[in-house]
Design a binder for this molecule. Structure first.
Ligand code: GRF
Length: 293
C-alpha cells in the first residue's frame, strides 16, 4: 500500500508539487491524503485542490493555544487515514513550530526540508542568511523533525556553489531559487526511502538501507507440454534481478550536471555510492545522499 502522506504548507507549495509529480512518475510510493495550511491563501492549497486532494485551511489565529491548533491538525490528519505506523507528515514550507504533543503523535514520521546545509543557518531565512554570511557552498537538508527548530537527524543533503553575486544586497533570492531546485530533487528522494521503510534513526544518524532485492516472477512452467527435463531441454532459469538505481530519475529536473558514480551503484557492490557534480566552474562540490541505492 502506498504510504499515506499529509503535507503541511504555508506558501507556494512548489515542494508539494515536486512530491506529487514524483508520485505520479512512480518514484515515490506514497499517496497524499490531505494538505493542511495555516494560511488560507497558500497557493499550495490550490495545487492540491487542482488534483482533488483534500486541502484544508486551518488559521492558527483561530486557536487559543499552539496545543489546541496542533491537536486539531492531528485530528484532521488521523481523519484522513494518516497514522504513525504507516503514514508520514511532510512539512513543505510550513512556517509553524510543532508542539511536542504533535511530534509524540507521529514519532520519527515527521520530516522537513530546510534551505541550508544544517546545522548551519537554521531558521526562517536559511538561504538569505547563508548568502549574507558569504558562504561559498550552500544547499538544502531534509531531516526528521524534533522539538528544536531545524535540528532533527539529517536524511539527505545537497550542495550548490554560492557565487559572489549571491553575497550582494538581495542576492540571497537568486541563491534561494537555485537551492529550491535542489530541494525538489532531494525531498521526494527522502520520502521514497521513508515509504519503502529504508530509513533507520540511530541517535543523530539516519541510516539508509539498500533497496530490497527483488526476484522476478517465475515464468509459467512448461511441464504440461514438455517431456521430463533432460539435458537437451533444461528448465527455464528463474533469474534473480535487481532494480537499477532509480536515483537518476530524481535528478531529471536538477539544474546541475549530475552523474551517478559507479562504485556502490548496485546494492551488492561495496564502496561509496553517491552523486558527483561535474563541470562546475567554481570547483567540485559533491552532493552526498548518504545511501547506496
Ligand atoms: C522552501 O525553501 C523550503 O525549504 C522552506 O520553505 C520554502 C518553501 O517553498 N522550508 P515552497 O512553498 O515549497 O515553494
Amino acid at each position: 500500500m502506498p504510504m499515506p502522506l499529509a503535507v503541511l504548507v504555508s506558501g507556494g507549495g512548489s515542494n508539494l508539487q515536486s512530491i506529487l509529480d514524483k508520485i505520479d512518475a512512480g518514484l515515490v510510493d506514497a499517496e497524499v491524503r490531505v494538505v493542511l495550511s495555516n494560511k488560507a491563501e497558500a497557493y499550495g492549497l490550490t495545487r492540491a485542490r487542482q488534483r482533488n486532494i483534500p486541502a484544508l485551511a486551518l488559521p492558527h489565529t483561530a486557536f487559543a493555544t499552539r496545543q489546541d491548533f496542533d491537536a486539531e491538525m492531528v485530528r484532521l490528519i488521523h481523519a484522513h487515514g494518516v497514522d504513525a505506523t504507516t503514514g508520514a507528515i511532510a512539512l513543505a514550507g510550513f512556517m509553524r513550530m510543532l508542539t511536542p504533543e504533535f511530534l509524540r503523535a507521529f514519532p520519527h514520521r515527521v520530516v522537513n526540508i530546510h534551505p541550508a546545509l544544517l546545522p548551519s543557518f537554521p531558521g526562517t531565512h536559511g538561504a538569505a542568511d547563508a548568502a549574507s554570511y558569504g558562504v561559498r557552498l550552500a544547499g538544502c537538508s531534509v531531516h526528521f523533525v524534533d522539538e528544536i527548530m531545524d535540528h532533527g537527524p539529517v536524511i539527505i543533503q545537497a550542495a550548490v556553489p554560492a557565487l559572489p553575486s549571491d553575497w550582494e544586497e538581495g542576492g540571497g533570492e537568486a541563491l534561494a531559487a537555485r537551492i529550491l531546485k535542489l530541494e525538489h530533487c532531494i525531498y521526494p528522494q527522502a520520502l521514497a526511502w521513508l515509504a519503502k521503510g529504508r530509513l533507520k534513526v540511530q541517535d543523530r544518524h539516519v541510516l539508509v538501507a539498500p533497496p530490497p532485492r527483488r526476484i522476478a516472477a517465475a515464468p509459467p512452467c512448461p511441464a504440461w507440454r514438455a517431456p521430463p527435463w533432460s539435458r537437451a531441454s533444461s528448465p527455464p532459469e528463474h533469474k534473480a534481478w535487481q532494480a537499477a538505481p532509480k536515483f537518476r530519475a530524481f535528478l531529471a529536473d536538477c539544474p546541475l550536471n549530475w552523474s551517478w558514480r559507479g562504485a556502490g551503484a548496485t546494492p551488492r557492490s561495496s564502496g561509496p555510492a553517491g552523486l558527483i557534480q561535474k563541470g562546475v566552474r567554481h570547483g567540485a562540490f559533491p552532493a552526498f545522499p548518504n545511501a547506496n541505492g
